[in-house]
Design a protein around this ligand. Structure first.
Ligand code: DSN
Length: 428
């Protein structure tokens, strides 16, 4: 008997093919990446690091992990890479565990302004374990105010300053963030999960060579498997101030925090898939992809604004845009993000409801929508398709309760998707 799971996977494959994927943190990994994820490497235990394992039989595993490490370092121009974190949240936890003591101060952006759950949300281990000093975007520009961040850092003297966000559409000046950290004796950390692909593609400034520690998931703009890595400096700039009694440098402390600190057996099948994705991202065509992701986001943003839709910060420099439904004059009500996201999904346009800065509503029924172009760009869509999609989104938002309109657009979405197949002959 065929396990019904396979039928459901088939149905999900059809859904992915027939809908427009605008969730900015999603993408379509290559068939090679997916094949490595489904490979026999999943059968192996390999606690430890290349050359120093707690299990025998790791000759090939060592070779794969070493390649992944070398490629990650090359990709980001980093001195050290740990490719074992299972995903973004454990990667962030490992950095905090390596550098901080419970109660230490972290300066970070709260969730409703675009930070991640693991950047100090009261519901998360980070917010429960450390003292969080939040910095927010400027209420007028809805962008980072580095002077305000500096003033707060000088006042609070955090031990770590975290930048990199999940719903911030503008470029981040990692150099200034690091300089502020230097001025107050803090570590600088950047979680570049959303923009890693844009950074390696050369369309967003890099956090290296200055930032102390960088975490990233590997499945968003970077287009690899669902996982994460930590890349960092080798030495601890603040060794004289913190961790004086430790003989370990920064890189060694991160490695120990990942294993044996937090994780057991690394997922070697995913590490192989990460190595493949890093090689793909090192190719010249990845730069073309990254530029097209941003071009597409800017055309989508311009189309929406022409249609009278308010975007947070009035545009984007990256792969994502944030619709402010509250300040969109034809809606002008709080808490409609979820209703709008469902209406769009009915039309085959998949995005997510999201908080906007200073949102009066809750994270489950927020006042915004978050959209992004990494997945549509992987499918080969360009400016002309973005304009069409922007007009569809606008028509639905102008008439949220119109189910007939959603059905009609859904058919148009399907025929557009047919022209842009995701995978030709995927075995799944
Ligand atoms: N869930 C991710 C995102 O959508 O941004 C962050 O973990």
């Amino acid at each position: 008997m065929i396990d019904p799971i396979w039928n459901v996977i088939q149905q999900e494959k059809v859904r992915q093919q027939q809908t427009l994927q605008l969730i900015p943190s999603e993408n379509y990994a290559s068939k090679e990446v997916l094949a490595a994820c489904g490979s026999i490497l999943s059968n192996k235990y390999a606690e430890g690091y290349p050359g120093k394992r707690y299990y025998q039989g790791n000759i090939h595993i060592d070779e794969i992990e070493q390649l992944a490490i070398e490629r990650a370092k090359k990709l980001f121009g980093a001195e050290h890479a740990n490719v074992q974190p299972l995903s973004g949240a454990p990667a962030n936890l490992a950095v905090f565990f390596a550098l901080l003591q419970p109660g230490d101060k972290i300066m970070a952006m709260p969730l409703d302004h675009g930070g991640h759950l693991t950047h100090g949300s009261p519901a998360n281990f980070s917010g429960k374990t450390y003292t969080i000093i939040p910095y927010r975007v400027d209420p007028e520009t809805e962008q980072l105010d580095y002077q305000m961040i500096r003033t707060l850092a000088l006042q609070e003297k955090p031990k770590l300053i975290l930048s990199g966000f999940t719903a911030y559409p503008r470029k981040i000046n990692f150099k200034i963030m690091h300089e502020i950290a230097e001025d107050v004796g803090a570590y600088s950390m950047a979680d570049i999960s959303h923009i890693a692909g844009l950074i390696v593609g050369g369309v967003h400034p890099s956090p290296f060579p200055f930032t102390d520690v960088v975490t990233t998931t590997t499945h968003k703009t970077l287009r690899g498997p669902r996982s994460a890595i930590i890349v960092s400096k080798q030495e601890d700039r603040l060794h004289g101030i913190y961790h004086k009694n430790s003989k370990k440098n920064l890189a060694q402390r991160i490695d120990s925090a990942v294993f044996p600190g937090l994780q057991g057996g690394p997922h070697q099948h995913t590490i192989a898939a990460k190595a493949i994705a890093f090689e793909e991202a090192l190719r010249p065509e990845f730069k073309v992809y990254a530029q097209q992701v941003v071009n597409n986001a800017q055309v989508l943003a311009a189309t929406l604004m022409e249609e009278g839709i308010k975007l947070v910060s009035n545009g984007t420099d990256t792969h994502l845009l944030l619709i402010d439904l509250l300040k969109t004059s034809f809606i002008n009500k709080p808490g409609l993000g979820r209703i709008a996201a469902v209406a769009l999904e009915n039309a085959g346009i998949v995005c997510n409801a999201n908080t906007i800065p200073f949102d009066p509503s809750t994270p489950f029924t927020p006042s915004g929508l978050r959209l992004g172009t990494p997945a549509l760009t992987t499918r080969g869509m360009k400016e002309a398709e973005m304009k069409k999609i922007g007009v569809w989104i606008s028509s639905i938002l102008h008439d949220l309760g119109n189910e007939q309109l959603q059905k009609t657009i859904c058919e148009q979405v399907k025929s557009l998707c047919e022209q842009f197949p995701i995978y030709d002959d995927l075995y799944l």
